[in-house]
Design a protein. Structure first.
Length: 64
């Protein structure tokens, strides 16, 4: 039971791909990028980019 339908849908689709690959006897590789950067698609900063922005502006502590 989840309310994060986007993530749920991706997980269900990936599991279906694994099941089909096993059934057909083919290899499957899944790539899950940990970070995707590029221009924002909306005019405001959203939750997924806010921490990156904080690191770039120096308002968040780093470990380096």
């Amino acid at each position: 039971n989840t309310k994060n339908w986007y993530c749920y849908g991706k997980a269900v689709a990936e599991q279906a791909a694994w099941d089909m690959a096993k059934e057909k006897g083919v290899d499957l590789v899944v790539v899950n990028p940990v970070l995707v950067l590029g221009p924002l698609l909306q005019p405001t900063v959203n939750a997924s980019i806010v921490y990156t922005l904080k690191y770039l502006t120096g308002s968040a502590k780093t470990y380096a």
